[in-house]
Design a protein around this ligand. Structure first.
Ligand code: 9MR
Length: 380
């Protein structure tokens, strides 16, 4: 991909307005090839999550020309932030509502982006639709749970056959508190979580035989995450023992500077040896890696924007350098391109109440130092 292609793609999707919006991008970033173009020179791909919105809305959607301008400039792959989740797709046991994801996929394809699917099963009652938590599984509960799960996966995979190349089949099934598998309405009906997760992957393999199948989770390296990491390793080892078709571990990568530090380098050094040891075990079992939801939580960094942005960028670079040292990692996606629409603003507010700055572009769509850091890491 070259600059000309980017502009063509941008023009194709949103017209001249977006080209004007493109001129608003940060100078340094606008003058160099986008992140996907750089990643592609190393056989990798870069992308972002996308949301749905009505045309022209102020949202992290390709229907918003300002967002489309930077997303199409930097991204060759995409994933829906929410539109493919059960909560969005399944208003009731009998119904599917595909309209929003259909629109996201159509716009992404027009922009030349390949699509990942998130997620066929977020195995956590908290994120199930209410009807599923309250469902009466009847006299043969295991059969009824299997029916609901397999029907959902087959329906989604059949509808998007050939258009989604990689699925987060299962999301966040491990309880970080003790490393056990979460219990849900489905697992209680089926007599255990393993049966549910195995069935999800086996069904996905049948229904989308060419797609990459990913287990996605947010285990991390900091003290206090040992049980989460161990739980994920046990789950991945179990998949191998039982012959369950899982291709890759999705490492969400909502990394963070959580406490004040006078040295980002020292913080980066805390990644080793535990994080490397974890990743080595994962690839040692034959799994590939995907960075599925990258962004930086900046709670521990000072309010001063220049200092904060430099810290976010240095931490991002250290983390991505380590991740990208694994040849098993091909796709890197961030969880939103700008601070303006980032989930961090609502879910992970800073103690001082200032807006978070963990995405590659600021709330006015200007590239920040983290963008250059990601560029450098992907180029290395
Ligand atoms: O960013 C997403 C937010 O808009 C939703 O309200 C939330 C619940 O569906 O999910 C957020 O995305 C999460 C992703 O699906 C799984 N990993 C953690 C992400 C951030 O919370």
């Amino acid at each position: 991909m070259n600059e000309g292609t980017v502009i063509d793609r941008r023009g194709a999707i949103v017209g001249a307005g977006a080209v004007a919006a493109g001129a608003m991008l940060g100078g340094a970033a606008a003058a160099t090839p986008g992140l996907h173009a750089i990643a592609a020179t190393k056989g990798r791909a870069f992308g972002t999550c996308l949301s749905w919105s009505p045309k022209g809305a102020d949202a992290g959607s390709l229907a918003n020309p300002r967002y489309a301008a930077l997303a199409t400039r930097d991204c060759g792959i995409a994933v829906p932030e929410n539109a493919l989740k059960w909560q969005a797709l399944r208003p009731s046991p009998a119904a599917y509502d595909f309209a929003r994801f259909d629109a996201i996929l159509r716009d992404a394809e027009r922009a030349g982006m390949r699509m990942r699917g998130h997620t066929l099963l977020w195995h956590y009652d908290r994120w199930f639709p209410k009807w599923l938590v309250d469902h009466d599984f009847g006299k043969a509960p295991a059969r009824e749970a299997a029916r609901i799960l397999t029907q959902h996966i087959r329906t989604v995979c059949a509808r998007y056959a050939g258009r989604i190349y990689s699925y987060d089949v299962v999301n966040e099934a491990v309880d970080p508190a003790d490393g056990s598998l979460r219990s849900t309405a489905l697992s209680r009906a089926m007599g255990g979580a393993e049966a549910v997760l195995d069935l999800a992957f086996r069904t996905a393999r049948e229904a989308a035989p060419k797609a990459e199948l990913v287990y996605n989770d947010y285990m991390s390296w900091e003290a206090g995450n040992e049980k989460h990491r161990d739980g994920v390793l046990r789950l991945l080892a179990g998949f191998r023992t039982r012959g369950v078709p899982v291709d890759a571990l999705g490492v969400q990568s909502h990394i963070g500077v959580f406490a004040p530090t006078d040295s980002i380098e020292r913080l980066v050094a805390t990644l080793s040896p535990d994080w490397r040891a974890f990743l080595d075990r994962v690839v040692g079992m034959g799994y590939r890696l995907v960075v599925t939801e990258f962004d930086v939580r900046d709670r521990g960094l000072p309010a001063d924007i220049a200092v904060r942005d430099a810290g976010v960028a240095a931490f991002a670079k250290g983390y991505l350098d380590l991740m990208l040292s694994y040849p098993q990692l091909r796709d890197v996606l961030c969880w939103g391109m700008t601070d303006r629409y980032s989930w961090l603003r609502g879910f992970e507010p800073r103690p001082d109440g200032l807006p978070t700055r963990g995405a590659p572009y600021d709330a006015s769509f200007r590239a920040k130092p983290i963008h250059a850091a990601m560029h450098a890491a992907l180029a290395r």
